[in-house]
Design a protein around this ligand. Structure first.
Ligand SMILES: [Zn+2]
Length: 328
């Protein structure tokens, strides 16, 4: 079936029924599978995972830190957690932070690194360090930016601190250049930010992924690791292998829906305003995609369904213009 935007109005009744279903899915709230532990009134929750690896969550952001017999390895520094990061560490150990690892260069994940000791060793992928050093060079006030890491790597780095070991692996661009797989092999804990959202839809525009082909591929790469616990950087709870598999299925369905939406929607050049024609075309394609995803019951399986139209939009745009996404 081909839908041109000029026929959309004649299909209003059908469109409205789907919009009603979508609106109802949003009103129905989040499935139990998306819910995590209650966050105490102090604004954060810190829990031991295994073997000196701790999980820290506050303000819809989450991260992890490792306690060794020589000091603490802190991963990221989300401003949403801010100074509570150091409070959380002090609840479980009297060791100081000796190493700080950045998962990627986004300031919503590392913007509070200035709270950590200046003499700690700061570690990140070289693209992350380069991004921060370019920003520092351009900044009027460099104090607003996190410390530029001095210890960097291109493909992998084995970080050994006392009795703890952490693997930092780079498998190419996905969410952002330099986004790093952070793996604690002894504890079987894997962290990768802004790709998999356990129990939830991926954030707006597939979390603003810079490379959708890399974003799709990252799901398979995650599953090559021997992990029991996954930390995605956001939302309400820890993840499992099953959560990664579920999101892989979701992304596969979304990719297929985007192909079908593009094949089933025609761009009509009937207006003198080319951008209006394009906007109407994309609206029709997004609605096509949304209908397919509603039929597949994803709003019953994942939390945060109000974000689904933006996921459709991002995948449709990627399927239109990114060669590797278009041909797969
Ligand atoms: Zn990010």
């Amino acid at each position: 079936m081909i839908i041109s935007y000029s026929t959309i109005h004649s299909r209003t009744a059908i469109s409205n029924s789907f919009l009603h279903l979508f609106t109802q899915a949003v009103i129905d709230g989040i499935p139990n599978n998306a819910k995590g532990p209650a966050i105490p009134a102090k604004g954060y929750l810190v829990q031991h995972i295994r073997g000196g690896v701790y999980w820290l969550i506050g303000g819809a952001y989450q991260t992890m830190f490792m306690v060794s017999n020589e000091g603490v390895i802190a991963i990221d520094a989300p401003p949403a957690i801010g100074k509570n990061y150091l409070k959380a560490i002090s609840e479980v150990t009297d060791k100081v932070v000796t190493h700080v690892v950045y998962s990627h260069d986004h300031l919503d994940h590392i913007g509070s690194a200035g709270n950590f000791p200046k003499d700690a060793v700061y570690v990140a992928h070289r693209l992350v360090a380069k991004s921060l050093s370019v920003a520092k060079a351009a900044a009027q006030n460099t104090s607003s930016l996190p410390t530029v890491p001095s210890r960097t790597f291109r493909k992998k780095l084995l970080l050994i601190v006392g009795n703890q070991t952490l693997h930092l692996d780079y498998h190419g661009i996905n969410h952002s250049p330099g986004n790093t797989f952070i793996y604690a092999p002894k504890q079987k804990v894997l962290m990768l930010c802004d790709v998999v959202y356990p129990g939830w839809f991926p954030f707006d525009e597939l979390a603003y992924a810079r490379d959708i082909a890399g974003f799709i591929k990252a799901h398979d790469t995650i599953l090559t690791y021997d992990f029991q616990t996954f930390i995605g950087g956001h939302v309400s709870r820890l993840g499992t292998r099953r959560d990664v598999e579920v999101q892989k299925d979701y992304v596969s369905d979304l990719h297929s829906a985007a192909h079908q939406a593009l094949n089933g929607t025609r761009l009509a050049h009937s207006s003198i305003d080319s951008w209006k024609d394009k906007t109407e075309f994309l609206k029709a394609a997004e609605q096509f995609c949304l209908k397919i995803m509603l039929r597949k019951n994803w709003t019953k399986k994942l939390g945060g369904s109000s974000i689904l139209p933006s996921n459709c939009h991002k995948m449709i745009m990627a399927t239109r213009i990114e060669p590797l996404v278009a041909v797969t």
